[in-house]
Design a protein around this ligand. Structure first.
Ligand code: AMP
Ligand code: ZN
Length: 490
């Protein structure tokens, strides 16, 4: 049993070897919270979720860190353009922090609806300025920086490995340099570590620093926060393919410059883009689709998750309502098969994918599907093949309903389609929508409290739920709640 991942660093499939046995440190670049996430962004977070779920099901203890960018991200990744947060705040007549709070909440509402497991650590850039300053000081002390017009820059010529990830060559970079770049830069690819007065004199959020009152560049936040929570070298870093050439290239340069260690991250995983039939989707262009717009068009967020799983993360995926409709139909047939099998079990509880129960499947036909499913997932997270194995299992009459359901629920620990809870829900009388929303909000709050080890708060929420007639049970696939005979899973 070993996981093979396509490592952008080296551009090849590699067998995953963790730094510490049985543990994985994983950092996935999080959202810039100046607007709703578009459905392309959400493709990145579904991939991170599939990766984390696969590793956990394989037995690894995964620390998943996600940042929230609430400062410093300009509309151009190369320090050009406006500050995304400031512009959004001005347009909406709100403060930057209000905007950040609103869109961070909207983001986590989307990820919850997509059944994405909450990260172990969620860290906001504005709450880690000291760590960023500390890291910049180390970079400066080692001679990788220069200051110009009040900004502190990283000098890429001091870092000979610059561009390895993206296979950039410095000569080409100079030849291909664009016009209109910051004239204070010695090289077009140099990037800002700390901004002071040369840009946005009336920046909303500023901090004192050894380089003057100002604010950090965007790239430094990911280096500072990942190092804080995962150490100076860690296992896996992920993000969209657009981050290879600039953001991740710069993260590597500044992190390795600061620590002197190489490599900073062992495996780099990048998802290809989701594109619309009419072209690229971008958050700043305004014309983008959100998860809510799919819900408003009558789709379940899990239809979108199913659609995403149908494509391999390293292939571009074209979104259309026609394709989403096919995903909805496929998910409906999948659930119908599950319900047929559940019906033949009578009113008893549905099987749970516990180690002992799964062990009993190993010699059965269902066991061979699970084995092929594992191979698919361990082969660079092939979700399309994983889905095909799930379908094979549910179609095959050689497996008993009990075995087929057990196998399907086990596969769903990775696919995250919420099969067991959805089946429980359909076997029970419906819960009114307002109550369901309220319960799911409380269940998510309890999960957050548990993650933050605030067990007193988690117990209080459990009591609140109990007073509403809701019981909660933590299972391998997530928390299952029951409301006087009605059930669901969050
Ligand atoms: P942002 O909030 O703009 O920083 O982006 C969040 C994540 O979404 C990053 O990992 C991006 O690389 C990724 N991303 C942006 N656009 C797309 C897209 N159209 N398809 C897939 N991933 C994307
Ligand atoms: Zn990042």
């Amino acid at each position: 049993m070993s996981l093979t991942l396509f490592n952008t660093l080296g551009r090849e499939l590699q067998v995953f070897k963790p730094i510490a046995a049985g543990k994985v440190g994983f950092y996935g670049c999080g959202p810039t919270v100046y607007n709703y996430a578009h459905i392309g962004n959400l493709r990145a977070y579904v991939l991170h979720d599939v990766l984390v779920r696969t590793l956990r099901r394989m037995g690894f203890a995964v620390t998943h860190v996600m940042n929230i960018t609430d400062v410093g991200h300009l509309s151009g990744d190369t320090d050009d353009g406006d500050d995304k947060m400031v512009r959004s705040a001005q347009e909406r007549g709100k403060s930057v922090l209000e905007v950040a709070e609103f869109y961070a909440r909207a983001f986590f509402n989307d990820t919850r609806r997509l059944h994405i497991t909450p990260p172990t650590v969620i860290c906001r850039a504005t709450e880690h300025i000291d760590e960023m300053i500390g890291l910049i000081k180390r970079i400066e002390a080692k001679g990788f920086t220069y200051s110009a017009a009040g900004n502190l820059y990283f000098d890429i010529t001091k870092f000979p490995r610059y561009g390895d990830l993206a296979r950039l060559r410095l000569g080409d970079l100079k030849a291909g340099a664009r016009t209109g770049v910051d004239e204070n830069k010695r090289n077009p690819q140099d990037f800002v570590l700390w901004f002071t007065k040369s840009k946005f004199e009336n920046q909303a959020l500023v901090w004192e620093s050894p380089w003057g009152t100002g604010y950090p560049g965007w790239h430094i936040e990911c280096s500072a926060m990942s190092i804080k929570y995962l150490g100076e070298t860690f296992d896996i870093h992920a993000g969209g393919i657009d981050h290879v050439a600039i953001h991740h290239t710069n993260e590597i340069a500044q992190s390795e410059a600061a620590t002197g260690r190489h490599p900073w991250v062992n495996y780099w995983v990048h998802n290809e883009f989701l594109v619309l039939d009419r072209g690229k989707m971008s958050k700043s262009s305004g014309g983008f689709l959100t998860l809510q717009s799919l819900v408003d068009a009558g789709y379940d967020p899990l239809d979108y998750r199913y659609f995403l799983l149908g494509g391999h993360y390293r292939s571009q995926l074209q979104f259309s309502y026609q394709a989403l409709e096919s995903a909805r139909n496929a998910r409906k047939s999948l659930m119908d098969r599950i319900m047929d099998k559940a019906a033949s079990l009578g009113a008893g509880p549905l099987p749970e994918p516990e180690p002992k129960a799964l062990e009993s499947l190993s010699q059965s036909k269902a066991g061979t599907y699970i084995e092929s499913f594992n191979k698919a997932m361990e082969d660079d997270l092939s979700t399309p093949r994983g889905l095909a194995e799930l379908w094979g299992l549910l179609r095959d009459s050689d497996s008993s309903p009990q075995e087929a359901l057990l196998g399907a629920f086990d596969m769903d620990r990775v696919l995250g389609l919420n099969l067991a809870a959805e089946a429980e829900r359909r076997r029970s009388p419906p819960v009114p929508d307002e109550l369901k929303d309220e319960i799911e909000r409380l269940v998510a709050e309890r999960a957050r409290a548990k993650r933050d080890k605030d067990f007193a708060a988690a117990d209080r929420i459990r009591e609140t739920l109990k007073n509403k007639g809701v019981t909660v049970e933590d299972r391998p696939g997530g928390t299952v709640w029951r409301c006087e005979g009605q059930a669901s899973q969050s």
